[in-house]
Structure formats: C-alpha cells, structure tokens
Design a protein around this ligand. Structure first.
Ligand code: HEM
Length: 291
C-alpha cells in the first residue's frame, strides 16, 4: 500500500520512473518561475507575471492530459494511462493557483473579484472553465470513480473538452497583440478533437490508419492557417490573400499552421515506427475511447 501523497509510486507501491518523470515535468514551471525570479526578476508586476504563467501551464497540462489517450493508442504505450489523472490534477493545481493569485492581485477584495468576474466576459468564461476544472478534480479520487460508476464518471470527465475550449477562448480574449501561441494551442486542440471525433463517429472499434492520421493533420493544418488568416484580416482590415501568402512564406516566419503540420506528421511517423516494431494495437485500443 502507498500513502495518497506518494504520487511517485504506482498502485502496487513500487517507485515508478514514469510517475517520477511526469512529476518532474509538472514541477518544471515552478522551477522555471523561481529561477527567473532569482536571475532576472518577474518584471514590474510580479503577481501579474505569475498569473500569466500559471494560466498558461494549466492550459498546457490540460491539453497534455487530453493527449494521453491518443498518444497511448497510437504509440501503443499502454502504461501511460497510469499518469493521466496525475497530469489532470497537476493542471488543476496550476489553475487553482491562477485564481488565488488573481484574488491576491485584487488585494483580496472579494466584492471586486466577484463584480469583475461577473462583468468582464473573459473572466466570466475563465470562471466557468474553472468551475468545470474543480468538478473534474473533485471527482478524480478512486472513491468518486466507484461512487459514480465507470460510465457516469467517464461522461463527467468528457467535460474536459468543453473546459479546454472555454480556456482557449479566455486565452484569446486576454491576448492583446501576438496571437501566435494561442493559435498554435488551438490548432493542437483541434487535432485532438478531430482525432476523438473520428474515432467516435467512424471507427468506434478500431484505430485510425497512418493515411487517415495524415489526412486529419492536413485538414487541421489548413484550418489553422485559415483561422489565423481570417483573424488577422478582420482585426487589421488587411486583404486575406496577402495575409495568407505571408503566413505560408516559410522564410518570413514559421506560423502556427506549420507547427501543427509538424506535430501531426510526428504522430504519423510514431504510428509507422511502432507498427514496424510490431507493437500490437492491443485489445485495450479496441475498447471505446475513454476520457
Ligand atoms: C476564475 C477564473 C479565472 C480568472 C479570474 C482568470 C484570470 C486571468 C487573468 C487576470 C489573466 C491575465 C490577463 C491580463 O493580464 O490581461 C489570465 C490569463 C490567462 N488565463 Fe486565466 N483566469 C481564470 C481561469 C482560467 C482557466 C480555467 C484557465 C485555463 C485552464 C486559464 C488560463 C489562462 C491563460 C492561458 C492565460 C494567458 C497566459 C499567458 O498570457 O500566457 N484561466 N487569466
């Protein structure tokens, strides 16, 4: 048996290198913030800097937790299901800190916090996402899984897609100038959603072929370019074709769509390599996708 705080041990109480590695990744942003604070400081508004950092990493870890199932199925890394909950709870710790820092930034004036959340749309959306996140965290214990039953639990945890979508909207709304990173994050989320949708709609019992994964990647890449082009054209009142040709010009800058294409093809290569290594698509992969 292991104590509940011993997250570096597996269910049998053995030290787990996978869990230790994931814990190190989850703590990396804390180390980075401490290092930046020590070496160059956190800028004129340290609390605001930390609000940005915690929000950003909460979203990244949420997306990583959503990527666990596709990565596990495509890469045939069955053992990584063991760290999905850990990553999700880690993401919640960041988002809980995000809200706490925001309250601290408002000098703990709870009336001001409430009215700001009620009247500023990006904060209202963030708050709804936060409530969803808290629901997921509260239902993440073994006892809750037992109490709700596997089917209901999985349904509740499908909320994570909606939460990620709201968090992305919140991210876009508060970004003032360069939307490259939010666009890239949205593109990667789009790929994950597309993958889930195809498995659900098309091949409930099976896995997507490398060709289908490549087609999904190309479609999501095209949509990422399209969304970025339309966004820039609308905001800056620029001709869309000129914006698109600049975006496609690899020598000018590598735009988010290219990164989405690269990440998607890395997944295709992983699939091919694992198939070549004769890693079977085990029976687990043929079960309906779990959240
Ligand atoms: C009550 C809930 C929330 C509040 C009050 C809140 C508040 C804030 C504030 C004040 C900012 C900085 C805005 C600025 O400086 O102009 C911010 C940024 C951000 N928040 Fe939230 N937020 C909430 C929920 C969330 C949730 C649930 C997520 C994600 C899971 C999230 C992700 C982000 C991200 C990604 C940023 C931008 C980070 C960056 O600039 O790199 N927030 N939020």
């Amino acid at each position: 048996m292991r104590a509940s705080y011993e997250v570096w041990r597996d269910r049998k109480g053995r030290l787990s290198p996978l869990r230790i590695g994931v814990l190190a990744c989850l703590l990396f942003p804390v180390g980075l913030a401490v290092w930046t604070w020590y070496s160059e400081g956190l800028g004129a508004r340290p609390l605001n800097d930390l609000i940005h950092r915690t929000g950003y990493w909460a979203l990244i870890f949420l997306l990583v937790s959503l990527a666990v199932t596709p990565f596990r199925r495509i890469g045939r890394y069955w053992q990584i299901a063991d760290v999905r909950r850990m990553i999700g709870v880690g993401a919640f710790c960041y988002v809980a800190t995000h809200l706490t820092l925001y309250i601290a930034d408002q000098s703990f004036d709870l009336w001001k916090v409430t009215t700001e959340i009620a009247f500023r749309l990006y904060l209202t959306i963030g708050f709804v996402a936060w409530l969803g996140f808290a629901t997921l965290a509260a239902t993440s214990t073994d006892a809750m899984v037992k109490r709700l039953g596997g089917k209901t639990w999985r349904r509740v945890h499908q909320l994570s897609y909606g939460i990620a979508l709201l968090a992305l909207i919140h991210y876009f709304q508060q970004t003032k100038a360069d939307v490259s990173v939010p666009t890239l994050t949205a593109g990667l989320f789009g790929w994950l959603m597309g993958y889930r949708f195809l498995i659900w709609w098309w091949r409930r019992e099976g896995e997507l072929s490398p060709l289908e994964l490549a087609a999904l990647t190309i479609v999501v890449c095209a949509l990422t370019f399209l969304a970025e082009t339309l966004g820039i054209a609308l905001v800056f009142n620029a001709p869309p074709f000129a914006v698109l040709s600049t975006a496609l010009d690899f020598s000018a800058d590598i735009r988010p769509g290219w990164y989405v294409l690269g990440a998607g093809f890395a997944v295709v290569v992983l699939d091919l390599v694992r198939a070549w290594q004769r890693k079977p698509v085990s029976k687990v992969a043929r079960k309906p996708v779990q959240a």
